[in-house]
Design a protein around this ligand. Structure first.
Ligand code: OGA
Ligand code: MN
Length: 290
């Protein structure tokens, strides 16, 4: 059966019907999903009542599923290692306060970023399953970074062309005051430098590649100007014309491309349960300068 694809915003985001993630999905359907994903950057699969195991199996149609390197904050599921817990409820079903270390770290996702950009081969994409969704906020917003690059003012374009930025996992804890990674976690993930303008390995298009929660340095700039440049780029990017805002329904599965989008979630009432499970597709290619 052919899938149907319906755009949700002119810049990015489309809804896909005709896929059932509780069953094996044939190669032709996966090819169609992949095409739609490359075209729309973020795709929504409504009404997927899947287990974590089925979530991981569907993810593997697109690549290997990442196992999160940080073990000290209980953000990785103890039951299915490939599941990253984007949740204010722990696996013993306790609501966690915003002051809890893992919650503090998760709060960084309210700022624009792209997942696992601190890896030498950053993630290709992520799949987020909304299990208990928020009605007081918790809207996940995405930006089309191809369009942003294409329409960047000359003054900003000149500052990034041919330049690299550093991505450091431990920047998170400095940013939101969460416990720093242990010496072991730090050693596993040393800072990396990636081009600010990258060429997408599938589409061949140029896009802006920044991740404000991990970027702690820009080639050739002092700390202050580097910070300001990343902020200025993020502010330019965060315009409604480049943005899809996903308002969750239970059992939506969202799949986004981490190479050509950034995302940020809006705050929500911390007394409201929000349970989302994520898989992350391991990147296959180094970030290619454009
Ligand atoms: C993520 C993330 C967004 C959200 O899962 O990578 O940034 O809606 N979360 O919680
Ligand atoms: Mn994220």
């Amino acid at each position: 059966m052919a899938i149907t694809v319906k755009p949700r915003h002119p810049a990015l985001g489309a809804e896909i019907r005709g896929v059932d993630m509780t069953k094996p999905v044939d190669a032709e359907t996966i090819r169609q999903v992949h095409d739609a994903w490359m075209k729309h950057l973020v795709v929504v699969f409504p009404d997927q009542q899947i287990t974590d195991q089925q979530h991981v199996v569907f993810t593997r149609n697109f690549g290997e599923a990442e196992i999160f390197h940080q073990t000290s904050l209980h953000l990785r599921s103890d039951r299915v290692r490939e599941i990253f817990l984007v949740s204010n409820v722990d696996e013993q079903n306790h609501l966690l306060p915003p002051s809890e270390p893992g919650q503090k770290q998760l709060s960084s996702s309210q700022q624009w970023h792209t997942d696992s950009s601190y890896r030498p081969l950053p993630s290709m994409g992520s799949l987020l399953h909304g299990i208990e969704i928020s009605r007081t906020g918790g809207i996940t917003q995405f930006i089309n970074m191809y369009m942003v690059y294409d329409e960047l003012p000359e003054s900003l374009r000149k500052q990034i062309e041919g330049r690299k930025a550093r991505h450091d996992f431990s920047m998170l804890s400095r940013l939101v005051g969460s416990p720093p990674p242990t010496a072991e976690e730090k050693a596993a993930m040393p800072p990396v430098w990636h081009p600010l303008v990258r060429k997408h390995p599938v589409t061949g298009r140029k896009c802006l590649y920044i991740s404000s929660i991990y970027n702690d340095a820009v080639e050739g700039l002092e700390d202050g100007p580097a910070r300001r440049l990343i902020e200025e780029l993020s502010t330019f990017a965060a315009q409604p014309k480049y943005m899809y805002r996903h308002e969750w329904e239970p059992h939506d599965v969202l799949m986004w491309d981490n190479r050509c989008t950034v995302h940020a979630v809006t705050p929500h009432d911390p007394n409201e349960r929000r349970v989302m499970h994520r898989t992350t597709i391991v990147g296959r290619d180094p970030v290619m300068a454009a």
